[in-house]
Design a protein around this ligand. Structure first.
Ligand code: GRF
Length: 192
């Protein structure tokens, strides 16, 4: 199923943590609008990054009122959602309401290692390592890949030598992929 690309893409970025991927997205505001940052945690460091960039922030209540969130997204004229380190499971009804308009970044080469701890698992099992941006469907980490990049050994970096180094390389790879997806977004080529 092709993702729908609207004329003016206005994203909400969903976060839960440090927001390093949010930072990468904020660098791409020449290409797409970022109209809102939604955080699942009140104390997420990423909130400071959003505020510093002048982007409105909405912090989810606990338990989350998903209907209220949809109203908040409408108020901010959001038409796409990018999950960047968002650690809450979206309910099926919410995903169905936004079908074709939610992306997620995952630190493995899907379908390898969906779910949690995927960098450590690919490191320990010595499988291919990489990053995937995929469409969100009700099955976790199973939607169509929009863009993916494999992490390769270099003269100075070996994938299966040091987990912390590999994690760092994967996170840098995530930031590059976020920028690449948003840079290509408005051309709508990769998505049809
Ligand atoms: C990222 O590695 C993402 O893949 C994972 O959580 C991490 C969040 O990092 N789900 P940040 O908050 O973007 O720095």
């Amino acid at each position: 199923m092709a993702l729908k690309v609207s004329a003016v893409s206005r994203f909400a970025i969903f976060i839960s943590g440090t927001g390093s991927n949010l930072n990468a997205a904020l660098e791409m505001r020449d290409h797409v609008d970022i109209g809102l940052v939604v955080s699942s945690r009140k104390k997420a460091i990423g909130i400071l990054k959003a505020r510093r960039a002048g982007v409105p922030v909405h912090t989810l209540s606990s338990p989350v009122d998903w209907k209220d969130l949809t109203e908040v997204l409408k108020t901010h004229r959001i038409n796409f959602i990018f999950l960047l380190g968002f650690m809450k499971i979206l309910p099926e009804e919410f995903i169905e309401n936004w079908r074709g308009r939610i992306l997620n970044i995952h630190p493995s080469l899907l379908p390898l290692h969906p779910g949690l701890e995927s960098i450590r698992r690919s490191f320990e099992e010595k499988t291919k390592m990489g990053v995937t941006v995929h469409e969100v469907i009700t099955e976790m980490d199973a939607g169509n890949a929009v863009l993916a990049k494999e992490l390769k050994d270099t003269q100075i970096f070996k994938r299966y030598e040091n987990l912390a180094e590999s994690e760092n390389e994967i996170h840098l790879g995530e930031h590059r992929l976020v920028r690449e997806v948003l840079a290509k977004w408005n051309r709508a080529v990769i998505l049809s």
